[in-house]
Design a protein around this ligand. Structure first.
Ligand code: FAD
Length: 399
């Protein structure tokens, strides 16, 4: 159990952590993957090349140390991470391995500062946090396993439809090979998709938002082909686009995620850019199914008409319901555009009077730079943070 002495020691090692910076987590990962190569099948190995994951883990360790006296401040982060972990099928035994390498990393990088007392404090602190995750993740695993259509771990799904939504985005409909039902989910949640790409060396798991409302029978994901430089192609997205055809079987982990639509009987605005429109399709469909009576607005930004996904699907819903709809093309290919389109970056000032800035709830998803831009505009219009909900398609970033 963590005591006051441990807490004081953890706090005193914050400068040490900060001076080590992401080098600490780089060392940690190198150490862990050389001793436990089986974990390469769980972690995103592209992130190891690009350094994204090193930064994310370092930030998580530093945030934990800084909030050691006020762990309630981490509740939202713990929930988000626990959901993400379940989509990787993280198990209790993985925490032992990670904890061991974290402690050994600290010892190796700061042998003088890493006294017996520091080791004891960090071991206790790590075990304490790990137990919070282990308990919450077990709870989530059991909830999903026991629900109708639910399961635990991976389940084999057949690709029963594959359809381009735009130049770069392809939808895949996934139906259980065993012929059973599928677990319902909250609109906005994602699946863990586990594949072994022919061009990779490991099993890879990626998250893909569910892009349709739940129907009990199948799931739909919509995947953007990432990267256009031949040595920087997205491993899983290219594999899915280029090699996974109708009839193929892929392994799926149950729906997860703490970003989802919550009905509060207020107007709602769905704001996306690029492939960030995927959770918005599920939300839009669900709102239509539920007969949402408050105003709904669908706003989308993308590069041009060819990269504009789900044009007809969105149009069918918003036209039938009389909901608001606007699109921004950063660089349109034609002068005409489509109905309700603007040129350039999304500029909410253009439609300010039509936005429910006083009471509405705003859901946004897209590149972090885009969401930053959107959140700043909403805040300048008086929308409080509690009414802005967002999802990051990668290691988390605070907006
Ligand atoms: P990776 O191989 O993981 O590469 C990641 C990025 O790095 C790519 O852009 C790639 O081009 C680039 N890269 C590769 N090699 C290098 C290198 N050597 N140097 C520099 N850069 C490099 N994606 C969707 O398309 N649709 C969704 O609905 C969706 N939902 C998501 C929901 C959540 C909650 C999360 C976390 C992510 C979601 N994603 C979604 C993103 C998705 O999980 C993958 O991250 C994405 O498909 C890229 O995976 P990949 O294997 O193709 O790319």
């Amino acid at each position: 159990m963590l005591n006051n002495n441990h807490i004081e020691i953890i706090k005193s090692t914050i400068p040490l952590l900060e001076s080590a910076g992401p080098a600490l987590t780089q060392h940690f990962y190198q150490r862990m993957f050389s001793h436990n190569p089986e974990l390469k099948d769980i972690f995103n190995m592209t992130h190891q090349k690009t350094g994204r994951q090193s930064v994310a883990l370092f930030e998580a360790v530093a945030a934990y140390a800084k909030n050691i006296e006020n762990l309630a401040a981490l509740t939202t982060a713990v929930e988000r991470i626990a959901h993400k972990h379940t989509s990787f099928n993280i198990k209790a035994e993985h925490y032992q391995i990670v904890g061991h390498h974290l402690i050994e990393t600290l010892r190796e990088l700061a042998p003088d500062a890493f006294t017996k007392e520091v080791e004891e404090a960090w071991t206790e602190a790590y075990l304490f946090l790990a137990q919070i995750f282990i308990d919450r993740e077990e709870e989530l695993y059991q909830l999903r396993e026991k629900a109708t259509g639910g399961w635990r771990g991976t389940r084999r799904f057949v690709v029963t439809d594959k359809k381009p939504e735009s130049e770069l985005v392809m939808s895949f409909v996934l139906t259980p090979e065993d012929g059973g039902k599928v677990l319902d989910y909250e609109v906005g949640q994602y699946l863990g998709v586990q594949v072994t790409p022919s061009k990779g060396e490991n099993v890879e798991i990626r998250q893909y938002s569910l892009s349709q409302a739940p129907n009990g029978e199948n799931y739909r994901i919509s995947v953007k082909k990432e990267g256009n430089n031949s040595d920087q192609l997205g491993l899983v997205s290219h594999y899915l686009h280029d090699e996974v055809e109708v009839g193929a079987v892929i392994e799926i982990l149950p729906p997860a995620g703490d970003f989802f639509y919550t009905e509060v009987n207020k107007p709602v605005v769905l704001i996306s850019a690029g492939v960030g429109c995927t959770p918005m399709q599920a939300m839009l469909q669900q709102l239509a199914k539920d007969g949402k009576s408050d105003p709904v607005t669908y706003l989308h930004a993308c590069e041009n008409e060819q990269q504009h996904s789900f044009i007809d699907e969105v149009d069918t819903i918003v036209s039938a319901k009389g909901w608001n709809h606007r699109v921004w093309y950063r660089e349109p290919l034609s002068a005409e555009g489509i109905n309700n389109s603007s040129t350039g970056l999304m500029d909410l000032a253009q439609i300010k009077d039509a936005l429910p800035t006083n009471v509405g709830h705003f859901y946004t998803c897209g590149p972090v730079i885009f969401m930053d831009h959107v959140v700043k505009q909403l805040e300048s219009m008086g929308v409080e943070r509690e009414r802005i909900h967002y999802e990051v398609f990668g290691p988390h970033a605070n907006l």
